[in-house]
Structure formats: structure tokens, C-alpha cells
Design a protein. Structure first.
Length: 223
């Protein structure tokens, strides 16, 4: 699959270095445009004086500046032009936001990062995948519900007119067929376990959300 823009997260760690090497190889193979992002963490809140904060900031700027320079040099040796951005913030959220804003086809992240928080339960790579899956979940959920709403509502508005929206929402669910299709895809190895879990989540939510909205806001009054 050809890539046009690749984003790699680097932080000077062995995991970040491996991610950079992989991204450079992919960029060479696909002739893709390669960008790197390194994220500066927050300044310590425990510093006693402004001077200590300034010193920590200078050290961080120097460290990440060196990481960016070495990454550019490494890519240049492989014949790849690398653009590096050094930005402050939370690693996982910033990577996902930067990837979306830059319209990247692929994001390469090392499993273990440089900072202590990346060794705690849920590494930066895990959190990036989590945030990315949330966006995909919302997209799939909309793709499943919206066409049904537009397909059912014209008929529901015409025939059971007083309760058209209530009927439309209840008919926008689809647990059985969606579950069977997803299970078949998993057993036939068309999709993997992660994709299966994502699809099942979408299927369940597509049943719960319209039903809850219908009962909460459009429940017909019993005479």
C-alpha cells in the first residue's frame, strides 16, 4: 500500500530510534514525504525558583533540539528529507492531533518511550492507538446509523406520522445481522480480533444509543 505522508514520533529513546529507522525505510520504499514529531513534556511543578524552571527548560530545549538534529542527519544519510517539529504537550494526544491536522497516511510510534510515563501501564503507543480508535469508532457509528435514519424516516413520517421519529430510531438498530457478519469475518480471518472488538462495540452502541434517545425524548404517551 503506497503512503504519501508518514509521521514518526521520536524522543531519543531506543523505541523512538527503532520507529525512526522503520519510518525512513518505509519512506524510501514508497517515496513518501517524511515528518517527525518530538514532544516536550510539561515543566516540573516542584521547581523552587524561576531560575530552576528556566534551567530545566534550557536543558529540555537542548535535548530535543539534539534529537531533532540527529534524526535529520540520519534521514539525510539514507537519502530521505526529514522535517522535524518540536512541540510541547501531552504525547499521545498531540501525536493524534498532529497526524489528523497534517493528513498523514501512516503514524509510526515506538512501543516504549524515553520518559517514565511511557513505562507505566498504557504506553504512548497504546494511548495513540486508543485515541485513534475513538475517532474510528465515531466514524463507523455514524456510518451505521445515519443511512438508516435517512432511509427509514421518510416512510415513518408518512405512515405512523405522530411517532415517526420514535419509529425511525427504533428501526435504526441492527444487532443480529451485524454481529453475525462480524463473527463470520473473524472466523474467516477477514478481520483480526482488534477489528472485531471495534465492530462489536459499534454494533452494540448503534442499538443502545438510538433506543435510549427514542425512549428518553420521543416516547409516545400512553392514553
Amino acid at each position: 500500500m503506497p503512503f504519501h505522508k508518514i509521521l514518526v514520533a521520536i524522543d531519543g529513546s531506543p523505541g523512538g530510534q527503532k520507529a525512526l529507522e522503520t519510518a525512513i525505510e518505509l519512506a524510501k520504499l514508497t517515496r513518501a514525504e517524511l515528518h517527525a514529531l518530538t514532544v516536550e513534556g510539561k515543566l516540573p511543578a516542584y521547581a523552587a525558583t524561576i531560575g530552576e524552571v528556566d534551567e530545566v527548560k534550557r536543558e529540555k530545549d537542548q535535548f530535543f533540539g539534539t534529537v531533532a538534529r540527529l534524526a535529520r542527519d540520519q534521514a539525510r544519510e539514507e537519502g530521505v528529507d526529514l522535517q522535524v517539529d518540536v512541540l510541547p504537550g501531552h504525547a499521545a494526544e498531540l501525536i493524534v492531533r498532529h497526524a489528523g491536522k497534517g493528513d498523514f497516511d501512516l503514524v509510526v510510534v515506538g512501543h516504549k518511550g524515553h520518559f517514565l510515563e511511557d513505562y507505566l501501564p498504557g504506553s504512548t503507543a497504546d494511548r495513540v492507538a486508543h485515541w485513534a480508535n475513538l475517532g474510528l469508532l465515531a466514524l463507523l457509528l455514524a456510518a451505521k446509523i445515519v443511512p438508516k435514519l435517512f432511509g427509514v424516516y421518510p416512510l415513518a413520517r408518512r405512515y405512523p406520522a405522530p411517532h415517526g421519529i420514535f419509529t425511525t430510531l427504533l428501526m435504526s438498530t441492527g444487532l443480529t445481522f451485524g454481529t453475525i457478519s462480524s463473527l463470520y469475518g473473524l472466523n474467516a480471518r477477514i478481520i483480526n480480533k482488534t477489528q472485531f472488538s471495534l465492530l462489536i462495540t459499534v454494533i452494540v452502541l448503534s442499538a443502545i444509543i438510538p433506543t435510549a434517545i427514542a425512549q428518553r425524548f420521543f416516547q409516545p404517551e400512553v392514553a
